[in-house]
Design a protein around this ligand. Structure first.
Ligand code: GTP
Ligand code: MG
Length: 322
């Protein structure tokens, strides 16, 4: 089943940047010269390789917005929506009234055509900019007393990477509703192999976006990360920046960058040796890599390969990649 995500907001609010950053693993700098979206652009993604989502990125210029609410289009656009995200540029105070006006239209259309299941979010986006309206001010302004209810507000920024965290949180919510069994199965396989190999971390990665599918951590590493927040954090890092919280040195990050580490979609097995750790990265499928951090000398590299080969068929079955 493909889940429909509807993304709207005024033109220039940052919708296309946000989606391509999070779901295609592009950095802010790579996205600065995107053209305005003409009408609705639909793309399908397999988020964490567990759910299929169809993202409707709706261009926000006035003539397009007007069209979305025309009798001809309204039903088709707003029906069957599972997640609705309204993006607001918090630095553009002059257009807040206009943004609220259209948001309200969309809210009414959703209530009419997607009555039950839809989750509605407003993103206080570009939160890195100043001066800006705060999330609380935005919430107050948008909810108009109690007229508009059941909306969740988040701050977000592609520049500071909070956008990734927020969009992942929204989408994880969908996974929890629909794919709990598969998540558990994957977790079981990964936990087992992590323990068997005495690894610090074993992580499955979706190569499209560099995001974690699932991971398992040794108690030793978990203790180091201390707070739940720190370990949750791993999930929202694209693998390119993964090594930061693990305290592996800056020079290695440089080396990864130079070698094109995860940018390469054609890796087979890559082993980096660093001080006390090996970092192993192996493609187990065109779309999925496995990443292991392990103390040197506990187990031979051959053994890692063997173990990975052993669990690969099971992983791919759960991921429906076989
Ligand atoms: N400072 C900052 N700028 C951002 C952020 N996200 C997007 N932008 C910038 O906002 C501008 C518009 O971004 P787009 O993603 O094209 O906006 P859009 O909402 O898709 O616009 P339409 O397609 O016309 O509806 C670009 O210059 C982006 O670089 C952010 O988090 N912080
Ligand atoms: Mg756009």
């Amino acid at each position: 089943m493909v889940l429909k995500i509807l993304l709207m907001g005024l033109n220039g609010a940052g919708k296309t940047t946000l989606i391509r950053h999070v779901l295609e693993g592009k950095e802010f700098e790579e996205l600065v010269s995107l053209p305005p979206t003409e009408g609705i652009k639909t793309d399908e993604y397999r988020y964490r390789r567990l759910i299929e989502i169809s993202v409707f990125d709706c261009g926000g210029q006035k003539q397009f917005l007007e069209g979305y609410f025309s009798e001809r289009m309204e039903r088709a656009i707003f029906s069957n929506t599972r997640v609705f995200i309204w993006v607001v540029d918090v630095a553009d105070k002059e257009k807040l009234g206009e943004s609220r006006f259209w948001f309200k239209q969309a809210y009414n259309s959703l209530r009419k055509f997607s009555p039950k299941k839809v989750k509605i979010y407003v993103l206080a986006h570009k939160y890195d900019l100043k001066p800006r309206i705060s999330k609380d001010e935005l919430k107050k302004f948008f909810s108009e007393g109690n007229a508009i209810q059941g909306v969740t507000y988040y701050t977000s920024s592609v520049k500071t990477k909070t956008a990734r965290k927020i969009l992942c949180r929204i989408l994880n919510n969908l996974i929890e509703k629909t794919e709990t069994e598969r998540m558990k199965n994957l977790q079981r396989i990964i936990d087992k192999v992590n323990k068997k190999l005495n690894a610090k971390l074993t992580m499955l990665i979706n190569k499209d976006d560099g995001l974690e599918i699932t991971s398992s951590m040794s108690p030793e590493l978990e203790a180091k990360l201390i707070t739940k927040e720190a370990s949750d954090f791993l999930q929202y890092l694209s693998i390119k920046t993964l090594i930061y919280p693990l305290n592996i040195a800056e020079q290695l990050i440089q080396e990864f960058r130079k070698n094109g580490f995860l940018k390469s979609k054609h890796l087979n097995t890559t082993v980096f040796k660093f001080d006390e750790e090996y970092l192993l990265l192996k493609d187990i499928h065109k779309y999925v890599s496995i990443f292991i951090i392990t103390p040197i000398n506990r187990v031979s590299i051959d053994k890692y390969e063997q173990e990975i080969n052993k669990i690969t068929p099971d992983l791919l079955t759960v991921l429906k990649l076989q």
